[in-house]
Design a protein. Structure first.
Length: 227
């Protein structure tokens, strides 16, 4: 896909919302603090769907051809892909994958007995626009058992790539969730970097095409140049 086509895709984004990112009253953590924390790397986990399965429909809440919406609280996650000097990166590839509202991944490797949601899409990708912006419409995933005595909190998986930069794979979390404090993967991140992947969600803007009752959160993803 050409950079021009990628830009057009992101501008269209989710019908009626792609152009509203810049008009949001939310301010990203990195920009508000005047600094860019390099996004900490985290495990991809065993349920990465594989690059060939991703498609460029940033609305995970509906399966094409089905009138039903996925179960769960609808959220928009958006932000910018930046370099280590806080400069926006155009044309960066952002992949998102996650569990559905029950905490189940669409993977034969997932032993969780929770049911799949036939109306949820589980993964998607997009490319950043000239301002480095990306956006996804999804739901808050469910928590799920990871091991004896360990339940993983709701989280989203991201993989970000761009030619000339070191790839990152990371996870983001929902601020205030009680399982965050006990999560072994989140707690393994140095305290000074942890806040960069814990996202606060608030009500989406009214009158900009966002689904009524939805929430919005901002996550900046920072890459490091290999030069």
């Amino acid at each position: 896909m050409t950079i021009s086509n990628r830009r057009n895709f992101l501008t269209r984004g989710i019908t009626g919302v792609g152009a509203a990112i810049a008009g949001s009253s939310f301010v990203s953590t990195a920009l508000a603090q005047g600094m860019c924390v390099v996004t900490p790397r985290q495990t991809a986990g065993p349920f990465y769907p594989g690059e060939n399965l991703f498609d460029q429909n940033v609305d995970l809440t509906r399966v094409p051809g089905s009138p039903a919406r996925a179960k769960g609280q609808v959220v928009y996650v958006t932000g910018r892909v930046l370099d280590q000097n806080c400069r926006p990166l155009e044309g960066a590839n952002v992949e998102l994958w996650q569990a559905c509202a029950s905490g189940k991944y669409k993977s034969q490797k997932d032993p969780n007995p929770a049911p799949l949601d036939p109306n949820f899409r589980y993964w998607a990708e997009t490319f950043t626009n000239a301002k480095g912006q990306y956006i996804f419409k999804t739901i808050i995933p469910g928590a799920y058992p990871a091991d004896t005595g360990w339940t993983r909190p709701p989280h989203l998986h991201f993989k970000v790539t761009k030619l000339g930069y070191k790839e990152i794979i990371t996870q983001s979390y929902f601020k205030g969730h009680p399982l965050n404090e006990q999560d072994l993967i989140l707690r393994a991140i140095p305290a000074r970097e942890r806040d960069s992947v814990v996202v606060e969600f608030g009500p989406s803007l009214q009158g900009h095409g966002y689904e009524p009752g939805s929430l919005m959160g901002f996550l900046d993803l920072t890459l490091v140049s290999i030069r």
